[in-house]
Design a protein around this ligand. Structure first.
Ligand SMILES: [Zn+2]
Length: 299
């Protein structure tokens, strides 16, 4: 569990609760929520999983933390007797790719953006943030990688994975089940709260806003959105998240432009009246302010 303890320290360093990283996985239950015919959202700990079942076999989007692989398999087994044949990763973070080694080793084909493979293979050390992620073992690495887009034809669905310009990281994929009108946005979308944006992995606030707007422009009121974290969502909720992020950007940018330091910006508490609605989850107001400040400073 070395990785997870280091993550806890990293989360604490950016003002996040380490509770998620330190949780006892033996207590986690992986549940399946129907999203559309033969498409489910699985939730346990870590990022939401998309599941497609049908004649061609089981296909999952993301696989949470490594210790949960067997629980994910058990949840998949509740809806299909078929083994997992494909895993598509929305990005490289280990609360979304932790099960890769188990599923890849078990014969599933792992598919992801080029930078997911590169970052998993390299691991990451970030002295400033206290991040340290070990290089992933070979079985955990994607064996099919793509640049801008890839389309899978599976279980009667057209499944399009699209890589937007860097947003949450520089290796994000937005995955659409075209006919079923379902989109898995990965961590480009945290439903109901401020987002975590991984600047060290090439992410940016402007990138997240642009990627969210890109999705918003192509969906309708019936679209089901699987967010990276949080409950199943929809167009109206995504739109209100974009409004909030633009507001965060405007407020923090004003202080950056006035030449305030990061500490002075945090102290000014620019998101105070937004925190009640958006700062109750994974990312608190101070952490959002710091991320926005660093992202806007980098421009
Ligand atoms: Zn992430």
């Amino acid at each position: 569990m070395r990785k997870l303890n280091i993550l806890a320290a990293a989360l604490a360093a950016v003002g996040l609760s380490p509770a998620l990283a330190q949780r006892d996985f033996s207590k986690v239950e992986v549940t399946a929520t129907p999203v559309a015919p033969n498409i489910y959202m699985l939730q346990g700990a870590g990022g939401n999983i998309g599941l497609s079942v049908g004649a061609d076999g089981a296909f999952i989007i993301d696989d949470q933390f490594a210790p949960l692989a067997d629980k994910i398999r058990a949840a998949v087994a509740l809806v299909t007797p078929d083994p997992v044949r494909f895993v598509l990763n929305t990005h490289w973070h280990f609360d979304h790719t932790g099960g890769n080694e188990s599923f890849g080793g078990g014969g599933a084909v792992i598919v992801a953006h080029d930078n997911v493979r590169t970052r998993l293979k390299q691991g990451m050390k970030n002295e400033e943030m206290g991040w340290s992620v070990d290089p992933a073992p070979a079985a955990a690495l994607p064996v099919v990688t793509f640049g801008d887009d890839v389309t899978l034809h599976w279980n009667g669905h057209t499944i399009r994975a699209h890589h937007p310009a860097p947003a949450h990281t520089d290796g994000d994929a937005i995955i659409r089940f075209v006919e079923a009108n379902v989109v898995h946005m990965g961590d480009i979308y945290f439903q109901g709260g401020y987002p975590f944006i991984d600047l060290q992995s090439g992410g940016s606030l402007d990138g997240v806003i642009a990627a969210q707007e890109g999705v918003l422009a192509t969906i309708d009121d019936e679209t089901k959105i699987i967010p990276g974290h949080g409950p199943l969502s929809n167009k109206a909720e995504l739109a209100s998240t974009i409004t909030m992020l633009k507001d965060v950007r405007r407020r923090v940018k004003k202080l950056v432009d006035r030449g305030l330091s990061e500490e002075a910006t945090v102290k000014a508490d620019p998101l105070k009246d937004l925190n009640g609605v958006w700062g109750g989850g994974f990312i608190k107001g101070d952490a959002m302010t710091r991320t926005a400040y660093r992202s806007l400073k980098n421009e």
